[in-house]
Write a protein that binds this ligand. Structure first.
Ligand code: NAD
Length: 484
C-alpha cells in the first residue's frame, strides 16, 4: 500500500476523541480478499468498550445539539472536503480490505462523501409547523429535535457509503453516533474518523468500535437505554434479530436489509441499453450489492437475443485483483461467499439451467468467481428466492406483463426493481405494480444522495438520503401554548 498520507491507516478504535486498543489488547487481522495477505490489525472490542463509547456519545450530545445547524454544517462541509481531498488514499484502503476494483472504490468515496455534503445542507432545513388551533386562546407549534445518541451497524460491501448515509444525517440533525463497522472492513471507517477529527468533529460525537464479535458489541448497542436509535444495514436475519433486541428499550430503528431485485426486459425494450443496464446493476462490486439485479426476467420475443448479447459482454469482463487498472470484477469477500455462489449455480444447473458464460470458480482460484450468465432458469431453483451476492445473472422467461409482475413480486424482499420498456403506458402500469421501494426504469444505476433509498417487505424500514433521510434522526415535539 502506498498512501500519500500513511496516517489514514489507523489500527486502533476511535472512542471519545482518542485512538484506543481493546481492554484486553486483543486484535483481529484484516485481510486482503484478493490474496489473503494481512493488511493491518484492529482492536477486538466487546461490551465494555462499547459502553464507554456510548457514554462518550452521551457526554458529547448537549454541546453538539446546542450548536446551530449552520455551525454543524461548517464542520461537516470540511469533513466532506477532506474526504474528497484524500479520495485516492481512501480508495486504496477500500480496495485492499474489500476487493472492489479501484475505479469503483474511487466512485464509492465520492458517493459516500456526497451524503456528508448533502446532509450538512439539509440540516439547515429542519423546519417545524404551526397548526391552526381549535380554540382561540391556544397556539399549536411543532418543533423537530435530534433523537439523541444513535448507533450504526454497517456491512462490508460499501465500507464508506453505508457509514456516511447514517452518520451524515445523524450529525447534521444534532445527534451523536457510535459506529460498528463490519469486521472485514474497519479500516475505511477508521480513516473516515481520522478525517472527521481533522475536520473538527468534537470528541465523543463520532465513535468507531471495531470487533470480530459483532453480537457482543451489538448486544450493548441494542440494550443500552442511552442509545435512542439504531440504524442497521446488512442481512435480513441479523436485521430481524437486532430489531427484536431494540424492542426492550423501544428504540427507533432503521433497517436496510437484503434484496432480490428483478430486472425485467420487455420485448419493446432497447436491448443494447438493457444489456448495459444489466451489466451496471448486476456486476458492480462483483454482484455484492443489495440493489443488484438478482433475477433477470426476460420476455419471450427477445430472450435469446438478450441472453447472447449479455453473455458476450460478460465473457469480456476482466477478473482479478482490484488494484490492477483494467480489472472490472474483483474477488468476492471470502470463501463462504464463493461456496454460496457455487452452490446456487450447481443447484440451477442441476435442475436444468445452462451456463452461457462462466458457471464456475475463476481460474485465478482464491476468492475469484467467473462472471456468469445462466439461461433456462425456473422458479423452482434456489436463485429465484435467494440473494446471490455474486456475479451471476439467472435469466427467467415470461410471456405476458401480468406474468412478469407476478414473478417479480414473488419474493419476501422489496428493495430495488428494474425494468426496460419504451411503451409509456406499460412504464406507468408496471412501475405502480412493482412492490419495491425503488424502481429503475430504463436505468440500472439508481442510488444517489438526493433520492430516498430503502425497501418494503423484508428489505427494511426507513429511508436514507434525500430530505427523508434526516427525518430518521429527528423526533417531533408538539408545543401547546395556552392563555393567549
Ligand atoms: P450481515 O448482516 O452479516 O452483517 C452486517 C453487519 O451486522 C456487520 O457489521 C456485522 O458485523 C453485523 N452483525 C452480524 N451479526 C450481528 C449481531 N448478532 N449483532 C450485531 N451486529 C451483527 O451482512 P453482510 O454480509 O455484512 O452484508 C451483506 C448484506 O447486507 C446483504 O444481505 C445485503 O443485501 C445487505 N445490504 C443491504 C443494503 C441496503 O441498503 N438495503 C446495503 C448494503 C448491504
Amino acid at each position: 500500500m502506498q498512501l500519500k498520507d500513511p496516517a489514514l491507516l489507523r489500527q486502533q478504535a476511535y472512542i471519545d476523541g482518542s485512538w484506543v486498543n481493546a481492554d484486553l489488547g486483543a486484535t483481529n487481522a484484516i485481510r486482503n480478499p484478493a490474496n489473503g495477505e494481512t493488511i493491518a490489525h484492529v482492536p477486538d472490542m466487546g461490551g465494555d468498550e462499547t459502553r464507554r463509547a456510548i457514554a462518550a456519545a452521551d457526554a458529547a450530545l448537549p454541546a453538539w445539539r446546542a450548536k446551530t445547524a449552520k455551525e454543524r454544517a461548517a464542520i461537516l462541509r470540511k469533513w466532506f472536503e477532506l474526504i474528497m481531498a484524500n479520495q485516492e488514499d481512501l480508495a486504496q484502503i477500500m480496495t485492499l480490505e474489500q476487493g472492489k476494483p479501484l475505479a469503483e472504490a474511487r466512485g464509492e468515496v465520492a458517493y459516500g462523501a456526497s451524503f456528508i455534503e448533502w446532509f450538512a445542507e439539509e440540516g439547515k432545513r429542519v423546519y417545524g409547523e404551526t397548526i391552526p388551533a381549535p380554540q382561540g386562546d391556544k397556539r399549536l407549534v411543532v418543533i423537530k429535535q435530534a433523537v439523541g445518541v444513535t448507533a450504526a451497524i454497517t456491512p462490508w460491501n460499501f465500507p464508506i457509503a453505508m457509514i456516511t448515509r447514517k452518520v451524515g444525517p445523524a450529525l447534521a440533525a444534532g445527534c451523536t453516533s457510535v459506529v460498528k463497522p463490519a469486521e472485514a472492513t474497519p479500516l475505511s471507517a477508521l480513516a473516515l474518523a481520522e478525517l472527521g477529527a481533522r475536520a473538527g468533529i468534537p470528541r465523543g460525537v463520532l465513535n468507531i468500535v471495531t470487533t470480530a464479535r459483532p453480537a457482543d458489541v451489538g448486544g450493548e448497542l441494542t440494550s443500552n437505554p442511552t442509545v435512542r436509535k439504531l440504524s442497521f444495514t446488512g442481512s435480513t436475519p441479523v436485521g430481524k434479530r437486532l430489531m427484536a433486541q431494540c424492542a426492550d428499550t423501544v428504540k427507533r430503528v432503521s433497517l436496510e436489509l437484503g434484496g432480490n431485485a428483478p430486472f425485467i426486459v420487455f420485448n419493446d425494450a432497447d436491448i443494447d441499453a438493457a444489456v448495459k443496464g444489466a451489466i451496471v446493476s448486476k456486476y458492480r462490486n462483483a454482484g455484492q450489492t443489495c440493489v443488484c439485479a438478482n433475477r433477470m426476467i426476460v420476455q419471450d420475443g427477445i430472450y435469446d437475443q438478450f441472453a447472447e448479447k449479455l453473455a458476450q459482454a460478460v465473457a469480456a469482463m476482466k477478473v482479478g485483483d482490484g488494484m490492477q487498472a483494467d480489472v472490472v470484477i474483483g474477488p468476492l469477500i471470502n470463501q463462504a461467499a464463493i461456496a454460496k455462489v457455487d452452490a446456487l449455480v450447481a443447484d440451477a444447473v442441476g435442475k436444468g439451467a445452462t451456463a452461457v458464460a462462466g458457471g464456475a470458480r475463476h481460474a485465478l482460484g482464491g476468492n475469484f468467481y467467473a462472471p456468469t450468465v445462466l439461461t433456462n432458469v425456473t422458479a423452482d431453483m434456489a436463485v429465484a428466492q435467494e440473494e446471490i451476492f455474486g456475479p451471476v445473472a439467472p435469466l427467467f422467461r415470461f410471456k405476458t406483463d401480468e406474468e412478469a409482475v407476478a414473478l417479480a413480486n414473488n419474493t419476501r424482499y422489496g428493495l430495488a426493481a428494474y425494468f426496460y420498456s419504451r411503451d409509456i403506458g406499460r412504464v406507468w402500469r408496471v412501475a405502480e405494480q412493482l412492490e419495491f421501494g425503488m424502481v429503475g426504469i430504463n436505468e440500472g444505476a439508481i442510488s444517489n444522495e438526493v433520492a430516498p433509498f430503502g425497501g418494503v417487505k423484508e428489505s427494511g424500514i426507513g429511508r436514507e438520503g434525500s430530505h427523508h433521510g434526516i427525518e430518521e434522526y429527528l423526533t417531533i415535539k408538539y408545543l401547546c401554548m395556552g392563555g393567549i
